[in-house]
Design a protein. Structure first.
Length: 805
């Protein structure tokens, strides 16, 4: 008998001793294929390809339910479980019939448990009591066929065989059977699918049995590494958060060891290290295969996302100095090591793995990575801070390098646009809702590819369509860049990505009339086909720059722009509050249709580049600012006289144009109640005229001119009044009496001043009109507040200029 001491007590009488190994590695060699305690397994539902697994990492119900899943999950780490004896004699003893065990999820470290309402969940090890987590392994639900519980010596008996034995799991405390509940759910891109959720039932189903499948050694080792790393990184991110809010005395920060974090990062980098160049080919391929499996397992369990989150949290401390301010100098000494190791680990986990690298093909992830690499700590160089991969970019990624193999040819697409530009600029006279139509004249395929016709809007900010990449934003046609928005009859296009907008997949056909409405107020683009509105639309896009209509089409396709007015009658519109795009054409300018990209006359060896985009700017009136001007007292005395003479001159001109006095204004009969003596005008009219006179005097000073009083000794130097005929007398007895200025001649300098004042008068009027909601239009429209005079002064009609002068 081997006791606690080192000696053996035996009698000298001749005795036969039998030595039997209680636990030995030889037992495993003799009974291959049987289940032992501590084995990492997958629990397959019967002999089907459904296995027991927890939901994906990061999902809302990750730990609140257990599912029966099929497909790729059978190779994921979230379907790995470890069988643990509850009463242990030998940790690696056989799992026999009737024995109690606990089933532990490998990557999360949580235990399978049954709760009061019959649900099956996973619980933290600190809450995993025996009553909720103990299960019996039984060969049948029939009590008569169940083997009696026995107390086996040593390793026990080899009862359960991998892939062969059908095992039923019974909850020890309640006697309920582990079964499933089927329900329907809807998944994006798939539709309605049937899912199975693990639950505890009194009787369950006939097919509640499980077969065990042993996990590969590499899988089980990776799963254990995932669990340890998840725990450490989660604690590290919580510690970084608490460091900012609670300081270095926070419990979360006290529990973390930066040395442990560094050693974990070093171990992980070694764990994902590429095989050496000097290794044999076969050995190298085996190691590469194992490495890919590790990378896949870590990705499936959300470890890459966790590392990205850790980098984000750690990078929120912008520099070593800032980290030292929060964590102290001792912790700051490890700043560079942790920062470098995090990026090295990220690179090691995605290197050579197409699926993991593809995550960074998403614009959001790529922007994130570039922003991190552009930070100061991620840059290096000689005398100049550049990214470490700059030489690689210069050597391999220049536009002149032909890196990609040609896989297929695409039809050449031509883009055309008119010289009609609309935009959103505060304080401008530009209308904000526009509409045009495009008629399909021909739509035929000339190659094996379907014809291309996209109709829409593009922005001068970046739409430069030409084949191939390069500077600015190269695009093949409308909708291939983020600066254009197109519709091809079925899909909406922007950024090179289609989005189905119509239920039917019918392309355009000859005779179709496509309507395109742009609403810059609400940042919205709507399309219609033959008057029927398309369900999909663009919304909340960038409204910077000027927008213009554009069509992109391949050979065999022809169409016609319909802009309204003399350039085609709009048939199905425009929609409410929208105006035909032709009304945006500036005055004195001819409509042109021009290609966005023109190759030139190749037969004459003349090659042209992209057509220059017109730098058209909406009219924003900018009158001279007079808010800082103070009039001298002697000039203010002139104000009222100037105001009265302005009224008298205006009245004389009105009567010359055929207007007469009346009680109510009537433009059709040319009756105006303001044809009255200045002192008899209403207070509002007087105030307006005096304000005009006052602002005119202030404008003179603001333009840099000086006003002075000339004292002369000449007699009769007073200005005379014009003597008008009796035909100027109105029915109220009023006759205009303006000053006679015929004897006064203006020099060239004064003529320049007159033009400046006239232009400023136009700008003041235009700004007031825009303030009250008026916009530019081809015709005067009082109802919709549109006027053709809201244009720069150099484009105003001559009679308006004359009146202003």
């Amino acid at each position: 008998h081997i006791g606690s001491g080192a000696s053996v007590i035996a009698s000298f009488q001749q005795t036969l001793w039998t030595v039997v190994p209680m636990s030995s590695g030889a037992v495993r060699q003799k009974t291959l294929g049987y289940v032992y305690g501590g084995d990492v397994v997958r629990l397959f539902h019967g002999h089907m390809d459904e296995c027991l697994a927890i939901p994906e990492a990061g999902s809302e119900n990750e730990f609140s339910c257990v599912m029966y899943e099929t497909g790729a999950v059978c190779s994921h780490a979230r379907s790995l479980w470890r069988l643990e004896h509850i009463r242990t004699k030998w940790a690696g003893a056989f799992m026999g019939w009737g024995q109690q065990c606990r089933i532990r999820h490998v990557t999360s470290g949580r235990y399978l448990a049954a709760v009061g309402d019959g649900s099956v969940v996973t619980v933290h090890r600190q809450k995993a009591d025996e009553a909720s987590t103990a299960f019996n392994l039984l060969m049948s639900k029939d009590e008569k066929k169940q083997s009696d519980a026995r107390e086996d010596e040593g390793m026990g008996h080899a009862d359960i065989k991998y892939g062969d034995s059908m095992v039923y799991l019974q909850h020890s405390a309640t006697g309920l059977w582990l079964s499933y509940q089927t329900f329907e759910t809807k998944k994006r891109g798939v539709g309605r699918v049937e899912e199975k959720k693990a639950i505890m039932l009194v009787e369950g189903h006939m097919d509640d049995g499980f077969t065990f499948s042993r996990a590969q050694e590499e899988e089980s080792r990776s799963a254990r590494v995932i669990r340890k790393c998840q725990s450490l990184f989660n604690r590290f991110t919580k510690a970084l958060d608490s460091l900012k809010t609670e300081g270095r005395t926070s419990p979360a920060w006290q529990r973390i060891s930066l040395s442990e974090v560094i050693k974990c990062l070093e171990d992980l980098i070694d764990y994902f290290a590429q095989p050496g160049e000097d290794e044999e080919h076969e050995e190298k391929q085996n190691k590469l295969k194992a490495l890919r499996n590790r990378q896949d397992l870590f990705q499936e369990e959300g470890m890459i996302a966790l590392i990205l989150e850790t980098i984000d949290k750690f990078s929120s401390y912008k520099s070593r100095r800032q980290f030292a301010h929060f964590a102290g100098e001792d912790a700051a000494n490890k700043w560079d090591d942790i920062s470098g190791y995090l990026y090295l680990l990220l690179a090691a986990m995605i290197r050579g793995n197409r699926a993991n690298c593809a995550q960074f093909a998403q614009s959001v992830r790529l922007d994130w990575l570039v922003n991190r690499l552009e930070s100061q700590q991620s840059s290096t160089g000689n005398d100049v801070a550049v990214r470490t991969n700059q030489n690689l970019i210069c050597d391999n990624l220049l536009p002149g390098r032909d890196l990609l193999l040609q896989t297929k040819l695409m039809d050449h697409v031509t883009s055309l646009r008119p010289n009609l530009y609309v935009g959103l600029l505060p304080g401008s006279a530009m209308y904000r809702k526009w509409y045009f139509e495009v008629m399909v004249i021909q739509y035929e395929a000339t190659t094996h590819l379907p014809p291309v016709l996209r109709v829409g809007w593009a922005s001068t900010l970046g739409f430069v369509p030409y084949p191939g990449g390069g500077e600015q934003w190269g695009a093949n046609g409308c909708g291939d860049s983020l600066y254009s928005f197109g519709f091809d009859g079925t899909n909406l296009w922007t950024g090179g990505k289609p989005k189905q907008a119509r239920i039917t997949n019918e392309p355009f056909k000859k005779g179709d009339l496509v309507g395109c409405a742009l609403d810059l107020t609400n940042s919205q683009i709507i399309f219609s086909v033959n008057g029927v509105k398309v369900a999909g639309f663009f919304k909340d896009f960038n409204t910077e720059g000027m927008f213009f209509p554009v069509v992109s089409m391949s050979a065999g396709v022809s169409c016609r722009f319909v802009f309204g007015s003399d350039h085609g009658r709009i048939k199905y519109g425009p929609p409410e509050e929208h105006a035909p795009i032709i009304e945006s054409l500036p005055p004195k300018e001819k409509l042109r249709i021009e290609p966005c990209f023109y190759f030139g006359e190749l037969s004459k060896s003349i090659i042209s580049g992209p057509t220059e985009i017109c730098e058209y700017q909406p009219f924003v009136p900018n009158p001279v600012s007079t808010s800082h001007i103070q009039l001298p007292a002697y000039i203010e005395n002139v104000r009222d006289k100037l105001a009265e003479n302005l009224h008298e001159t205006w009245a004389m001109n009105k009567i010359d144009q055929g207007w007469s006095y009346g009680e109510a204004r009537d433009p059709e009969r040319r009756i105006n109640p303001s044809l009255n003596a200045f002192e008899k005008l209403s207070l509002a009219e007087k105030k307006y005229i005096i304000t005009v006179a006052f602002e005119t005097l202030r404008t003179l000073l603001a333009l840099g001119y000086h006003i002075s009083v000339i004292h002369t000794e000449e007699p009769n130097n007073r200005l005379k009044m014009l003597k008008l005929g009796n035909n100027y007398i109105q029915s109220n007895g009023y006759k205009p009496n303006p000053m006679d200025l015929t004897a006064i001649s203006l020099s060239e300098k004064m003529q320049e001043l007159v033009d400046l004042l006239a232009e400023n008068t136009h700008n003041v009027w235009a700004k007031d009109r825009i303030k009250h909601g008026w916009t530019y239009g081809l015709f005067e429209d009082m109802a919709h507040k549109r006027t053709p005079h809201l244009v720069p002064y150099n484009k105003v009609d001559e009679h308006i200029k004359k009146a202003n002068r």
